[in-house]
Design a protein around this ligand. Structure first.
Ligand code: NAD
Length: 485
């Protein structure tokens, strides 16, 4: 048991709350299959308690100056960084991701969001617009009210912070429901925010499956819903939110293209493809899972890729030397195995991997297919696992058309030594986040989000402020009212 383990299932109104009347949810360490904790899904009483405290707290929180709100968020960022090691161990137990990753990509990324939005909070202001005759308009940037955050299981701490930090900076309250697969880390985020001085009720965490999420989304007291999850869930949640005319941010799935031209630096391109397919065992929404490689560099690319992928250190995620861990669950492992079997059956050429590991836990090898064709299932559907598809191409126009031939539009990348081509290609990609000569970098300063079926809205950066606040405009007349009768 990790010493940072949360004390109960829910965090409401500034304190841990337990209610064992809810459906039990076992938390499984994916590297061993061992049950490490049990939480209980929120009952309707727990949901009511969370929403009522958020409503009450938000009214007061909105009156706190941006400066003071920001100070609390920045204090929480410091605590997250100070406790990074314990929080990273907890994240590893919750998700199975290697400690080598969680130490640098989870609590630290959450802390970046809290620090960034803590810094920006005092600068969330309106504007003054002069009109003829001395009249003027001023605008006020107001909070939305109570926001609901719903998380996926791949980055539990990061998602809790990426949603919470901008929401709180703008004066909203949040009720956050983590994924039922990884319920632990967001409770620690709530605990730390309150330790940093956040008033009770401003950030609450409740557990549960989809039905708890739905109860939150459809509650009339909720002004906004921010979901990170699959496109299928996104459509349901977006529709439910629309029925209540609520604001939404939808961070959904993808099948992003990563394009490697003949003139690319080979090591960088291979490194980018590895980062964009195998980090977090491939459980990253923005992964470049369709790797288009120009014919002239194909053989060298595949040879070097195979060599480097086979050097992955797979095993105990708590060992800092491990750089490739298990899938998050047995269910996800089964999905990945099914896609690998489909890849073979549909005629793709297996370059490396493809097998489960004969040890405890939900391990499957990092897998690369070559000679993948556009209409193969592994090239069309999001797998959300360590399965890379390498596709051949010849010309720039051809690859752009094929890269865009997908319902998704989350991300895209290009490796080339030709500066103008790099900009031209990302300019033509239908994607929310693009990279030139790197892949999957997502610093908090950069807007992040998708187009097409990959979602609406943007997280992080100044763009997130637009999605967690609304503008009120006030017209002030300086002359007598000139009415027609
Ligand atoms: P999922 O869609 O199954 O679940 C996401 C969350 O939605 C969970 O907390 C779940 O309990 C909740 N949920 C399910 N049904 C609901 C409903 N009807 N109403 C309200 N909430 C409901 O996704 P997952 O399997 O947890 O995560 C993997 C998916 O998330 C992948 O598609 C991946 O691409 C995507 N993802 C996207 C991003 C991004 O930023 N774009 C980041 C990480 C993951």
């Amino acid at each position: 048991m990790n010493r940072a383990q949360p004390k109960a299932s829910h965090f409401i109104n500034g304190a841990y709350v337990e209610d064992k009347a809810g459906r039990p949810i076992e938390v499984i360490y994916p590297a061993t299959g061992e049950v490490i904790a049990t939480v209980y899904a929120a009952t309707s009483e727990i949901i009511e308690m969370a929403l009522a405290s958020a409503v009450a707290a938000q009214a007061e929180w909105a009156k706190v100056s941006g400066m003071e709100r920001g100070r609390i968020l920045r204090r929480a960022a410091d605590i997250l960084r100070y406790r990074n090691h314990d929080l990273s161990v907890l994240e590893t137990l919750d998700t199975g991701k290697p400690l080598q990753e969680t130490l640098v990509a989870d609590a630290t990324s959450g802390a970046d969001a809290l620090e960034y939005f803590g810094g920006i909070a005092a600068g969330v202001t309106g504007e003054h617009i002069s009109l003829s005759g001395g009249d003027f308009v001023y605008t006020v940037r107001e909070p939305l009210g109570v926001c609901v955050g719903i998380g996926a299981w791949n980055y539990p701490t990061q998602i809790a912070c990426w949603k919470g930090a901008p929401a709180l900076a703008c004066g909203n309250a949040m009720v956050f429901k983590p994924s039922e697969t990884t319920p632990l880390s967001s409770l620690k985020v709530a605990e730390i925010l309150h330790e940093a001085g956040l008033p009770a009720g401003v950030y609450n965490v409740v557990q549960g499956m989809g039905e708890v999420g739905d109860a939150l989304v459809t509650d009339p007291r909720v002004a906004k819903v921010s979901l990170t999850g699959s496109a299928t869930t996104g459509k349901k949640v977006y529709a439910a939110a629309a029925a209540g005319m609520k604001h939404v941010t939808m961070e959904l799935g993808g099948k992003s293209p990563l394009i490697v031209f003949d003139d690319a630096d080979l090591e960088d391109a291979v490194g980018g493809a590895i980062l964009g397919n195998f980090y977090s065992s491939g459980q990253v929404c923005s992964n470049g899972t369709r790797v288009f490689v120009q014919k002239g560099i194909k053989d060298a690319f595949l040879a070097r890729l195979k060599e480097r992928v086979e050097a992955a250190v797979i095993g105990d995620p708590l060992d800092e030397a491990t750089n490739f861990g298990p899938m998050v669950s047995q269910g996800q492992l089964d999905i990945v195995q099914r896609y690998i079997d489909l890849g073979v059956a549909e005629g793709a050429r297996l370059i490396t991997g493809g097998a489960r590991l004969n040890i405890d836990g939900y391990f499957v090898q990092p897998t690369v297919f070559a000679d993948v064709l556009d209409d193969m299932t592994i090239a069309r559907e999001e797998i959300f696992g360590p399965v890379m598809s390498v596709l051949d191409f010849e010309t720039e126009d051809e690859v752009i058309a094929r890269a865009n031939d997908t319902v998704y539009g989350l991300a895209g990348g290009v490796f080339t030594a030709d500066l103008t081509r790099g900009h031209r290609v990302v300019g033509a990609l239908e994607a929310g986040s693009c990279w030139i000569n790197t892949y999957n970098q997502a610093p908090v300063e950069e807007p992040f989000g998708g187009v097409k079926a990959s979602g609406v809205g943007r997280e992080n950066s100044k763009a997130a402020i637009e999605h967690y606040s609304q503008v009120k405009s006030i017209y002030v007349a300086m002359a007598p009212v000139d009415a027609p009768f």
